[in-house]
Write a protein that binds this ligand. Structure first.
Ligand code: ADP
Ligand code: ZN
Length: 383
């Protein structure tokens, strides 16, 4: 294939896909499109499975990323004078520095508090009068509980107005819990290391999907099984082509993330297409006795049952058949509440279509993670 082979948008479908293993197989820097001395910085993805993926940026790439992050902050309403408490991890993970660059691009004041040390995080949030919180949604849900446990009244002690949450799937119920607790407006942000990092897509004030920065990313949806390109509006795997990246210009990169693309103009007036909030990755989909289940469906059910805590864990095991168990925290007085247990079980069955063993566990007993939450424990033997 030659550059001349691509004359119209339809020709893009002739380009073969790039997949995660192409990057892994060329670890660390086997697919650079520029000589190494032109690299300005390197990051690496968390690499939950196997070797990390190293991503490279030229100076221009870094400027482009910063500009996209700046726009992302702008869409969410962050301005000069805002105080951004950036609780994404600083380091190889693109979240920390990505949000840092975005805050600087709009002229806001950035507090690089990074992940962890929750007590200090809350103290700074109050004393520095942070107006914007940026972190993983699971950590913000944890801060709802932690701030009360530390004796704060979240709505009066803090002055947060805007939240920028992403890097993992989260439910509308989690959004409601965060907004009700802190009285802020929560925006979903989407990105991935291979596509610069965060700042690929952001919800505007309409919050009817996330605008993808169309001047930098060409977005398609495909059938994950056949690779066939789908019409806008149908659910499929997101595939991105970067339009100006220098160091690692990925073409038709398969994300494994499931969503839909909407091309109609948004009521906010922006023409950048929108993607629906991500339901999950096709690879975090659990197949339990032949039934497809996304952890986000479990969260959706749990957050709608009154009387439960915020933390949960999904345990999959195999005893003759695949078994699904959900551990969810509940307050002391309700640990033996059979009605509550029954309600969770019935609601999970209604949504998932399979039986689940539910266990109410003491508040504080499940692991809290500061970066991306890890909700699933799969004990099934690997073949
Ligand atoms: P890793 O692939 O190692 O987790 P990244 O930090 O680059 O590294 O993660 C990118 C992935 O995170 C995306 O492909 C997507 O699955 C998930 N993700 C990022 N932002 C969101 C979001 N707003 N909603 C749902 N999932 C998200
Ligand atoms: Zn919009």
């Amino acid at each position: 294939m030659k550059p001349e082979s691509i004359k119209t948008l339809d020709d893009v479908a002739k380009i073969p896909f790039t997949v995660k293993t192409d990057l892994r197989d060329n670890y660390p820097l086997g697919i650079l499109a520029v000589p190494p001395h032109r690299l300005y910085c390197l990051h690496a993805s968390s690499g939950t499975t196997g070797k990390p993926i190293v991503v490279a940026y030229t100076r221009r790439d870094l400027e482009c990323w910063t500009r996209l992050m700046g726009r992302t902050f702008d869409v969410a309403g962050v301005r000069k004078g805002d105080i951004v408490q950036n609780m994404y991890g600083y380091g190889l993970f693109t979240g920390g520095l990505g949000f840092h660059y975005g805050a600087r691009a709009v002229g806001a004041t950035v507090v690089p508090s990074s992940v962890g040390n929750t007590k200090r995080q809350l103290m700074l949030m109050k004393d520095l009068r942070s107006t914007v919180a940026a972190c993983t949604p699971s950590y913000m849900v944890y801060l709802c509980e932690a701030s009360r446990a530390e004796g704060y009244s979240p709505r009066t002690d803090f002055v947060l107005k805007i939240g920028l949450f992403g890097a993992e799937p989260w439910s509308e119920e989690a959004r409601k819990r965060i907004e009700d607790t802190f009285g802020l407006r929560a925006h979903d942000c989407f990105g991935m290391s291979e596509l610069y990092g965060p700042g690929v897509a952001i919800e505007c004030d309409q919050r009817n999907g996330l605008h993808v920065w169309g001047d930098e990313f060409l977005v398609e949806t495909i059938n994950p099984d056949t690779g066939e390109v789908l019409e806008p509006g149908s659910e499929g795997e997101l595939v991105f082509t970067m339009l100006s990246r220098e160091a690692m210009p990925l073409l038709r990169y398969r994300t494994r993330d499931l969503s839909r693309v909407f091309e109609e103009e948004c009521a906010c007036g922006r023409y950048h297409s929108r993607i629906q909030r991500i339901k999950g990755r096709s690879d975090d989909m659990l197949i339990i006795g032949g039934v497809n289940i996304f952890p986000s469906q479990v969260e959706h059910v749990l957050m709608n049952v009154r009387g439960l805590g915020d933390q949960y864990q999904i345990v999959v095991s195999h005893e003759e058949l695949d078994r699904l168990a959900v551990k969810v925290e509940a307050p002391q007085g309700r640990l033996n509440d059979f009605e509550l247990l029954k309600k969770v079980q019935t609601d999970l069955f209604a949504t998932l279509g399979i039986r689940t063993r539910v266990e109410l566990v003491e508040e504080g007993s499940l692991p809290r993670l500061e970066g991306k939450a890890k909700r699933v424990v799969d004990l099934r033997p690997k073949e």
